[in-house]
Design a protein around this ligand. Structure first.
Ligand SMILES: Cc1cc2nc3c(=O)[nH]c(=O)nc-3n(C[C@H](O)[C@H](O)[C@H](O)COP(=O)(O)O)c2cc1C
Length: 203
């Protein structure tokens, strides 16, 4: 059975449209809570990147060194799951600070990526990854009126540790009232649920 790591990255926690849709989609795919590890990066914030960590990753420090404990815990957690599901808002055209902090702890030299003359090479196992991106306005498709730095950045950052089987689902126009929200959800529900069912069948 798949083990799913669900990262909830927005300030609305379990009231977020994205989170509710993610939960509904997972339940519809027959995934029970027993197979989901949920990490709410706003309700349970990670510590900022401190000096110990900054020193540890720029020197050849052992993986069990004090400064690396938080990073190590998050990387092991990611290793223990074979599906990653990120529910994130767009904040100022890119990922929110809470998700950036998770990446800063997880993307670690000699551990989740190797530095080679050709550039960074990911050391993590690839796995189906779903990214449900909530936004007040529109950033994809014909109605887009703003640039999207979230999708290319997150794709690149996750690829640097070996995760490239990524599926993005934009949940857009959420500030335009209940009808717009219902429309956004109806556009995403089916494709996301189909993709999830296919991914779960093979991983
Ligand atoms: C600090 C902040 C920055 C935001 N920046 C953007 C933005 O750049 N583009 C956009 O369309 N919406 C932006 N929004 C709106 C949020 O993306 C939107 O409220 C959120 O995704 C709602 O989704 P949820 O119900 O799933 O939490 C921003 C909201 C906040 C709080």
């Amino acid at each position: 059975m798949n083990r799913i790591l669900l990262l909830n990255c927005g300030p609305h926690s379990d009231a977020s449209h994205g989170y509710r849709l993610a939960r509904e989609t997972l339940a519809a795919a027959g995934i029970t809570d027993a197979h989901i590890t949920e990490r709410d990066l706003v309700q349970a914030p990670l510590p900022p990147i401190g000096r110990d960590y900054a020193l540890a990753i720029t020197s050849n420090t052992a993986h069990d060194a004090d400064g690396l404990q938080q990073s190590e815990q998050l990387i092991v957690e990611l290793e223990q799951h074979d599906v990653l599901f990120i529910v994130t808002p767009m904040h100022n055209f890119t990922i929110p600070a809470a998700l950036k902090l998770w990446l800063d702890h997880v993307i670690r030299i000699h551990r989740s990526f190797a530095a080679t003359p050709q550039g960074k090479v990911g050391l993590m196992k690839d796995r189906p990854t779903f990214v449900l991106v909530s936004s007040g306005g529109f950033f994809a498709g014909e109605r887009a009126k703003q640039q999207d730095f979230l999708t290319p950045y997150l794709r690149y950052a996750l690829a640097s540790i070996g995760i490239s089987d990524i599926h993005f689902f934009p949940l857009q126009g959420l500030v335009f009232g209940p009808e717009a929200v219902a429309q956004a959800i109806s556009e995403v529900r089916l494709p996301m649920s189909e993709k999830l069912s296919r991914a779960l069948a093979i991983s």
